[in-house]
Design a protein around this ligand. Structure first.
Ligand code: NDP
Length: 302
């Protein structure tokens, strides 16, 4: 058996096209969704992520407000900037690129963002809404994973789902999204015993560990949908650097029913969902509500 490869680039392109259509509709009502991007310091990886987010946002018709700050920036200056952006009606979404420079109180900075503009979905108010099953802004990566799962599985209700990883930005919100979609969800982590046996039961497996080959191919239940969130840089036998996921991909192809590659799987969806969240935030602002009326994933079947 050879798995269907879930083309994250193609699905992300469709999501971005849908975003562009909504942006054009909003433009007719005199609204241009605005995304403020805050980058502090000179981390090269963060610079690449921010450039990519900016490029895609502008291509979809969003207005981007770029705020670059030196690595020496302190918490007070960042908090003052966040307050200005919170008050600016042209800004509908605020993205603070992590990690912030050492010495900055990252939690305080993220907590200062208006939950209605928290397009990363990291604010405690949005995390709480997700935990309660209420509409709110959902973190981009798990939202993207859910769309990819739905691109190959029509019916999620009753499916046995396993999320490996319990971070606040990926594993935990992913588990909650699957639960809201009526899956029977297991969350595994570094203290989990007998992970292979748990994997063997999973019809849906989301790996968000951050370790290459954390999930062996022959652990995967035959026919399972496998979403690999991991981004790990390794050196191959020839000493060449390349990026791999958390799943042993060549071996997994023989067991899974469908699987995302790395790169070209989850990564493009994270950026596409950032645009979705920003446009939804602009729609909410235009309607005078502080949270979306429906959960963002509800309108995003592909
Ligand atoms: P974290 O390091 O915050 O979380 C990793 C999780 O994996 C933890 O819950 C940890 O358990 C668990 N874990 C570690 N080792 C094992 C193990 N051997 N078996 C089972 N579970 C284990 O990482 P993130 O959630 O932030 O990111 C995960 C991966 O996803 C990274 O590679 C990251 O780069 C990538 N990523 C990709 C994105 C994309 O757009 N494609 C976006 C965000 C992240 P415990 O809680 O017990 O420590």
């Amino acid at each position: 058996m050879s798995a269907t490869i879930i083309d994250g680039r193609a699905v992300a392109e469709r999501v971005r096209a849908q975003v562009a259509t909504r942006v054009a509709e909003l433009a007719r009502q005199g609204v241009t969704p605005g995304l403020a991007v805050v980058l502090a310091g000179d981390d090269p990886a963060s610079d690449i992520y921010v450039r990519s987010k900016t490029r895609h946002a502008e291509a979809a018709g969003l207005r981007v407000f770029d705020h670059r700050l030196p690595a020496s920036v302190d918490t007070g200056r960042l908090l003052a900037l966040i307050q200005r952006l919170n008050a600016d009606p042209q800004v509908h979404g605020i993205l603070v690129q992590l990690p912030l420079p050492p010495g900055v109180a990252s939690k305080a900075v993220l907590a200062a963002i208006d939950p209605a503009k928290d397009v990363d979905g990291f604010h405690v108010v949005n995390a709480g809404r997700l935990a309660l099953g209420d509409p709110g802004i959902v973190p981009c990566t798990p939202l993207g994973c859910l769309i990819l799962i739905r691109s190959v599985l029509r019916e999620l209700a009753g499916r046995r789902a396993l999320v490996v990883g319990r971070s606040n930005i990926v594993g935990r919100p992913m588990a909650q999204l699957l639960l809201h979609n009526d899956c029977t969800v297991t969350v595994a982590h570094s203290r989990t015993r007998d992970l292979p046996a748990i994997c063997a039961e999973a019809e849906i497996l989301v790996a968000a560990v951050g370790k290459p080959h954390a999930i062996a191919g022959d652990w995967i239940r035959p026919g399972a949908v496998v979403i690999d969130v991991g981004i790990n840089r390794i050196e191959d036998a020839q000493g060449k650097s390349r990026v791999v996921g958390d799943v042993d991909y060549p071996a997994a192809l023989e067991h899974a029913g469908a699987i995302t590659p790395v790169p070209g799987g989850v990564g493009p969806m994270t950026i596409a969902c950032l645009l979705v969240n920003t446009v939804n935030a602009a729609i909410c602002a235009a309607c005078g509500t502080d949270a979306p009326l429906v959960r963002p994933e509800a309108s995003l079947d592909h």
